[in-house]
Ligand binder design. Sequence first.
Ligand code: ACM
Ligand code: ZN
Length: 562
Amino acid sequence: MKYLIRKFTGKSLKIIFIIAATFSQLGSFCQDNVTNDVAVNIIPLPVKATLSKGGFTINRKTVIVINDDGEKNTARFLQAYIQRIYGVSLAIKKTAVNNYIRFNTKRFIKAPDQPERYNLSVLPSKAIVTGDSYQGTFLGMQSLIQLLPVEKNKPLALKAMEVEDYPRFAYRGMHLDVGRHFFPVDFIKKYIDFISLHKMNTFHWHLTEDQGWRIEIKKYPLLTQIGGCRNGTIIGKNPGKGNDNQPYCGFYTQDEVRDVVKYAADRFITVIPEIEMPGHGSAAIAAYPFLSCFPNESTKINPRAAWNGPTTGKQVQQTWGVFEDVFCAGKDSVFQFLQDVIDEVVQLFPSQYIHIGGDECPKANWKRCPQCQQRIEELGLKDEHELQSYFIQRMEKYITGKGRKIIGWDEILEGGLAPNASVMSWRGEKGGIEAAHQKHNVVMTPGEYVYLDHSQTKNEDSVTIGGFTNVEKVYSYDPVSKELAPDEAKYVLGAQGNVWTEYMASPAKVEYMIFPRMSALSEILWSPKEKKDFPDFEKRLQDQFRRYELWNANYSKAKLKE
Ligand code: ACM
Ligand code: ZN
């Protein structure tokens, strides 16, 4: 600019100013009418956002106005957020004349066809969030939060705008494995907040593993007393460079589970518990050896891995992988045990779905187990895959009898899908496509796109399980495969990011692995497909990085694309 002024003088400078002024007017005219602009920096991108002139600045006198208790948790979330991040304490009231943020749920709609729909209007001296249900109002409040500055010490100025919004998919999930590493309730709540800040609505809590059983079951106290502890953990990448020789224990009491479920429900998030069967059961078997086909055989220990403590008897695993000692499919006592566990689980979790695992169940023990073989013979089953199908179908019948539905990993397709089962497709999309062909509901979690335990850069400096899934790759995912006919697409409920924690021993590492990829996932699940635009997302992500900092969350600074 300096160079231009020096070169052009007098008349020519005047002409330049006239041209510049015209362009800037044009620019502001365009901005006033854009459907989306980086100035509306919301992730996931709304269906429609239109900026207009002026705005509204929140100050200490601004009131959050609610109609009734259905909006109270939403008001409290906003109040706590603004207090914690910006140090401004807002009152919650039933009325106000101006300078307010009003929640105005359409309570007259008894059964909204799209309960997650909302409108957000920011006007001079007020903002109004109108949800088609209380959940919609909560989601609209999440958009309002993202209009706030990404720096702590700036005025809380909101640009005037109209937002109309609703999600593309009904199921927008995040999973967390607390078996390989255990995370305290405080972090589980922070994780649930991350889910809600992204307008996602499901937390899949993976509670049982070979390396730890993490949920208190009153009828079987040894599950947590013995199954909740391992004597050590390998160091580094499997099979490890040694063992840390540290006992590693942790579980959630039923009171803590209830507290987490309520915390999530206050944020309109469903918690789906996963109780793994018939595989990944080493911790349960260490507690109750009768669950194994061979109770008297010692746990097989990877000879290449270092081990701490006793090496005989049934042991909780200290290494990662898939293990042969699985629940016996031949003994009725095993089913009785699992039914008892389910009885307590359904008391704790009101979710429609109970996840029963079903993945990675080696058949070696079943092949040599007289009781499993007898079951195969009696029922005229073809092989051990059909025995696995029998196992899942038997548990499905029980869970259906409790008024719930099962969901399981895509191996539950093998040997025949249980009649009302939904499928979580993780070995690519094949299982999900097959399930949709069979008119079963599907949640897509293909490893290549949404396994957030994969490395997110080719220069990864921390240990991960491997793979390579960067932000661009996550963003490129479309949960509705081209292989599905239009009338099959409706079986794809949505997708989920999976967070397996073999190589995530701390909350900071989990945050590093999920951010920013979870933000990309939230957009593919919420925003209209036609609006997907990676360069635009990259621009909006610059503010999202600042938000992670406001949230006191760690995140990866790796390149977004290679
Ligand atoms: C899985 O990743 N084993 C479901
Ligand atoms: Zn058996």
